[in-house]
Design a protein around this ligand. Structure first.
Ligand code: ADP
Ligand code: FBP
Ligand code: MG
Length: 485
């Protein structure tokens, strides 16, 4: 692994910089950025980003505190390291679907062709293994013109199949010199390995990651493209659950949403809806029976209101389910743990409970998980995808490599791969955002005081001032009370 590029400045300023092609190819020539003569940009005052501009990771700072970690600001540079005719770019999409994938593909192609006059752009078919096992797809502005109106990815995607040597051989044999890799945490780990191999071979190839995660589990960035669309689409399922619940005696509308290890979609969909009485996420352990348990809470809600809506993230309550079922640990082709269907299990457990206590209850279970991620991105995400793609292209043209292009506090930045891959982002339940959710749904926290104090100790003794902004990584202690069945 190449060592991180860290620049220290006065007042505790730290720049976690990204690699550049001249780090290992010092004699590369530079060229004037063609945008200088582009009528759309030549009139813009200060169009080019100052190479000294950086973006702070934390925006809330104390008067006497250090300035902290910064990332390189994204955007076009005065000098570029590729001539237009020289560029041979490729784009690949990997991992699960996410709204906006096609928009990012479209905008990378548009930025390369319209801003930088690039003519050779290839799509890699079907994820990482497409580099060595499939034919490529030539991409032009015409080919990608309408694709942002469609869900999915026109290039296809896959899990598994990452063979660094074969991938880099293919890049080298085809003469590709800019690689745009769109995908989640696994994909970015793969991108980092590709970058290291390219650097080892001394190739003039820029490797750029574009973060995609419907679960919002990538750290550092504000949120992924497609997340907003997913939360919006989840409202339709929650609304249906609410209508069903309201129309039946002691009706329960039960919605399962995605979120393997991070309950962000469930949390934001709940906050947006206001119809949800209980949101269950992987980060917040819960138990079913006895005082303060889920069953008791459901009974109480039904007695008070006659109906309720429950939103469940797919990773929630997995440990409980494993204990009450035959345990087999399966992995997908990428090595991700395949989760059991907690929605079916929990809805059946609730039904069994009400049968046991002889109380009438009507539960309707809705699983819209794939419908939420297979749709085209909404307007806000389309804008986000466009700016993200443009930033990614500006960085590669300027010779930066080995970075993920990402939004930090609303600013486009270049983040070194190691910051993206070192940990997963998850909801910090001792931060304000989860407290806001609890006060909005009025649900119990399902945690005893012991669990809460353990959480506080294990996360941060003093909560970070801006920690409610989606980011935080926390180890969740095991549940102390368990299903007694
Ligand atoms: N540690 C890793 N090293 C190299 N490649 C990886 C690694 N983890 C995952 N990948 C590859 O990245 C791709 C997508 O990973 P996956 O975990 O399925 O989705 P996502 O990128 O959305 O998290 C797969 O082709 C997988 O083989
Ligand atoms: O597409 P698959 O293999 O069924 O996987 C479903 C998983 O993909 C996701 O949508 C996203 O996961 P990735 O970001 O790792 O692709 C998860 O929320 C979900 O658990
Ligand atoms: Mg992933």
């Amino acid at each position: 692994m190449s060592s991180p590029k860290i620049v220290n400045g006065p007042g505790g300023y730290i720049l976690q910089d990204v690699p550049h092609l001249i780090d290992y190819l010092p004699d590369l020539p530079t060229y004037q950025n063609p945008l200088k003569d582009n009528p759309a940009y030549s009139v813009v005052k200060q169009y080019f980003v100052d190479t000294e501009d950086t973006v702070p990771e934390k925006i809330i700072v104390h008067k006497d505190g250090p300035r902290g970690i910064h990332f390189r600001r994204a955007g076009p540079r005065q000098k570029v390291y590729f001539e237009s005719d020289e560029v041979h770019a490729c784009i690949v999409t990997c991992g699960g679907l996410c709204p906006g994938l096609n928009t990012v593909i479209r905008e990378i192609v548009s930025s390369l062709s319209h801003m930088y006059g690039v003519k050779r752009i290839l799509g890699i078919d079907g994820g990482y293994r497409g580099f060595y096992a499939k034919n490529t797809i030539p991409l032009t502005s015409k080919v990608v013109n309408d694709i942002h109106k469609r869900g999915g990815t026109i290039l296809g995607t896959s899990r598994g199949g990452h063979d660094t040597k074969k991938i880099v051989d293919s890049i080298q044999e085809r003469g590709i010199n800019q690689v745009y890799i769109i995908g989640g945490d696994g994909t970015q780990r793969g991108a980092s390995k590709i970058f290291e191999e390219i650097r080892k071979r001394g190739l003039k190839v820029a490797v750029v990651g574009i973060p995609k995660t419907i679960d919002n589990d990538i750290p550092v960035i504000d949120r992924s493209f497609g997340f907003d669309t997913a939360v919006e689409e989840a409202q339709r399922a929650i609304n249906a659950a609410h209508v069903e619940a309201e129309s039946n005696e002691n009706g329960i509308g039960f919605v399962k949403l995605m979120g393997r290890h991070s309950g962000f979609i469930a949390m934001y969909a709940t906050l947006a809806s206001r119809d949800v009485d209980c949101c269950l996420i992987p980060e917040s352990p819960f138990y079913l029976e006895g005082e303060g348990g889920l069953f008791e809470y459901i009974e109480k809600r039904l007695k008070e209101h006659g109906h309720m809506v429950i939103v469940l993230a797919e990773g929630a309550g997995q440990e409980m389910m494993t204990k009450s079922m035959e345990s087999t640990t399966l992995e997908d082709a990428s090595g991700n743990k395949v989760l059991k269907d907690v929605g079916l299990w929990l809805s059946q457990s609730i039904k069994d409970h009400f049968k046991k206590i002889k109380m009438v209850m009507n539960l309707k279970y809705i699983d819209p998980t794939y419908m939420i991620r297979a749709i085209p991105s909404n307007a806000a995400d389309n804008v986000y995808c466009t700016l993200l793609a443009q930033s990614a292209v500006h960085g590669a043209m300027a010779g930066y490599t080995g970075y993920t292009s990402g939004l930090v506090h609303g600013r486009q930045t270049y983040i070194p791969f190691y910051r993206i891959t070192e940990k997963q982002n998850s909801v910090v339940i001792t931060d304000r955002m989860w407290a806001r959710l609890l006060s909005s749904t009025n649900q119990l926290s399902f945690l005893g005081p012991k669990n809460i104090s353990e959480q506080k100790k294990e996360t941060h003794e003093t909560p970070s001032p801006d920690s409610e902004i989606c980011n935080g990584v926390v180890h969740i202690p095991p549940v102390t009370k368990e299903i007694t069945k």
